[in-house]
Design a binder for this molecule. Structure first.
Ligand code: FAD
Ligand code: SIN
Length: 528
């Protein structure tokens, strides 16, 4: 039996900040179906801690937020995209507050914290360190007020349906059934790819699906070498790689090596508040120098009640692993956190394929350049989620074809249909891939490590052409695809810019301000 068919006006793939915000914009224009591959709360959005950067405080200005973002992006930000985000950000945040989002306050005024590479206290936060949950709660509540929006959870998108170079739908695995869902406009909001690395802050859903799906469909993919590694995640036997928010350093926490020495002032004048890539590499240097697997984040000099109240989630999580952050130094180590590159879009979320839009971490608007400024990502999801929704609504008005006339191919076969067992061990390859990517394509790269990554990845090329039997196999294929794009882009950029650091090319290289792009080819090229 072939796939069943469903038709909606708009298909939004992803239920994090970007997907939900886009869906809200589309709700008055037709039927909207939001897909999530797990529960709605399993998204990076739900785990976001530190907050949302927005120029709303009395001491701040939009132009200063603009400058800080551009500076962090190290020459690769698209200025018009940054301008759109910082200028429209305050309006979208006030709108979110009007929908019921509660941010922490000092008296009646919004409270703003500091994070690395910001020159002002401009980070709004919620329940201390659970900002993402609150943003998600407010958006879900708003979504529920629209009868035109429905949701399929545990609906895993396998591929896009392309006809005459237009995107007209997606093939989706729901339980054991495959459905071809047709829509007038399709919005990818599938988040990031942190799970490609064995050390990551990201939840299990972040297997880079949206980037791989769009790449297979022939969309332009850009800036894949730029992976942000967060400096501070918990490093303790048996404990998860739990994020220790940058806001802790913003409130005065310091980094010490295993001998107790504070080291950041030797690396940068801004010490612990230097940009993320600088702090991450300094930590790696100290780990090498001291032959240790971690350094320490130290808040013990801060007032205990303040720490408990300001970071309640982090305090209680660390206590589960017998670390009292008010009394003990916290063992920390960097981890993959965010992908700056992704599906290339213009300022309205349009990709290089007609009918296909992208927003949030899966997209590359150029807002973050080579290194994202802390807490700019939730803001990007809100602003560009809304912008993308607005544009997709117009696109739908233009089109008037009957999508059910189209037929699609897909590479999924059920376990029952499969004539022989899988010729590979998906779980073993997934685990080896994540370790390989961390070691060879991680924080510090060079020709030798990247060439080894390339050879390792090529061994598994056949998996990308094998029919998938289940979600895990499809995810593995996507992870291999995205790993190849990262590795090839990292080999191609012979220079160190932003978060991309090559130990064999420490200077910025020949074309530091150009972007790398893939378009239907596995070989990157330069674009402006
Ligand atoms: P996500 O929120 O990740 O949502 C992706 C959605 O896509 C999910 O619903 C998922 O189910 C769905 N999906 C994925 N693949 C498929 C598929 N194949 N089929 C169907 N559905 C699919 N940023 C900040 O600005 N401030 C912070 O304080 C902050 N803290 C962070 C803390 C942590 C621990 C992490 C991991 C990230 C943090 N970030 C922060 C980054 C930020 O949270 C993310 O970049 C942002 O939330 C991404 O939003 P999104 O909507 O693009 O994707
Ligand atoms: C954090 O709280 O450190 C994460 C902030 C971010 O990734 O923007």
């Amino acid at each position: 039996m072939g796939p069943s068919i469903k038709t909606v006006d708009f298909l939004v793939i992803g239920g994090g900040v970007a997907g939900l915000r886009a869906a809200i914009e589309l709700a008055s224009k037709g039927s909207v179906l939001v897909l999530t591959k797990d529960t709605i709360s399993e998204s990076s959005t739900g785990y976001a801690q530190g907050g949302i950067a927005v120029a709303l405080s009395d001491e701040d200005e939009v132009c200063i937020h603009f400058e800080d973002t551009i500076k962090a992006g190290d020459g690769l930000c698209r200025e018009d995209a940054v301008r759109a985000m910082v200028e429209e950000g305050p309006g979208y945040i006030l709108e979110l507050i009007s929908w019921g989002a509660e941010f922490d306050r000092e008296g009646s005024k919004l409270a703003f914290t500091m994070e690395a590479a910001h020159t002002r206290r401009r980070i709004l936060h919620s329940h201390g360190d659970s900002t993402g949950k609150e943003v998600e709660r407010a958006l879900i509540k708003k979504v529920r007020t629209y009868p035109s929006i429905s949701r399929y959870d545990f609906a895993f998108t396998l591929d896009l349906i392309i006809r005459d170079n237009k995107c007209i739908g997606a093939t989706v695995l729901r339980g054991d059934s495959v459905i071809n869902i047709f829509a007038r406009a399709i919005i990818l909001a599938t988040g990031g790819a942190g799970q490609l690395f064995s050390r990551t802050t990201n939840p299990m859903i972040t297997t880079g699906d949206g980037i791989a799906i769009a790449y297979r469909a022939g969309a332009q993919i850009v800036d894949m070498e730029f992976i942000q590694f967060h400096p501070t995640t918990l490093y303790s036997r048996g404990a998860p790689q739990f994020l220790l928010s940058e806001a802790m350093r913003g409130e005065g926490a310091v980094l010490r090596n295993i001998h107790g020495k504070r080291f950041m002032p030797e690396y940068h004048e801004k010490a612990e508040l230097a940009s993320r890539d600088t702090v991450t590499r300094a930590i790696v240097s100290e780990m090498v120098l001291t032959k240790a697997k971690h350094v320490y984040l130290d808040l013990t000099h801060l007032e205990k009640d303040f720490v408990k109240k300001r970071f309640p989630q982090i305090y209680s999580t660390c206590l589960q692993y017998d670390i009292d952050i008010t009394e003990d130094k916290i063992p920390v180590c960097p981890a993959a956190h965010y992908i700056m590159g992704g599906v290339s879009t213009n300022l309205h979320g349009e990709t290089s394929i007609e009918g296909l839009f992208a927003a949030g971490e899966v997209a590359c608007t150029g807002v973050h350049g080579a290194n994202r400024l802390a807490s700019n990502s939730l803001l990007e999801g809100l602003v560009f989620g809304a912008r993308t929704g607005k544009k997709a609504a117009c696109y739908m008005n233009k089109e008037n074809t009957d999508p059910t006339l189209y037929k699609s191919d897909n590479k999924f076969i059920t376990e029952r249909e499969a004539s022989s067992p899988a010729s590979f061990d998906a779980e073993k390859i997934r685990s080896s891939l994540r370790q390989m990517m961390w070691k060879k394509t991680g924080i510090i790269r060079c020709e030798k490590s990247l060439t080894a990554a390339r050879s390792w990845l090529r061994k598994w090329d056949f998996i990308m052409n094998t029919p998938f039997r289940n979600r895990r196999e499809s995810e593995l294929s996507n992870m291999l695809t995205v790993s190849q794009l990262i590795t090839e882009a990292a080999l191609f950029r012979k220079g160190s810019v932003g978060a991309h650091y090559r130990s064999d090319f420490k200077s910025r290289g020949d074309q530091p301000e150009r972007h790398t792009a893939f378009e239907g080819s596995s070989v990157p090229e330069w674009i402006d």
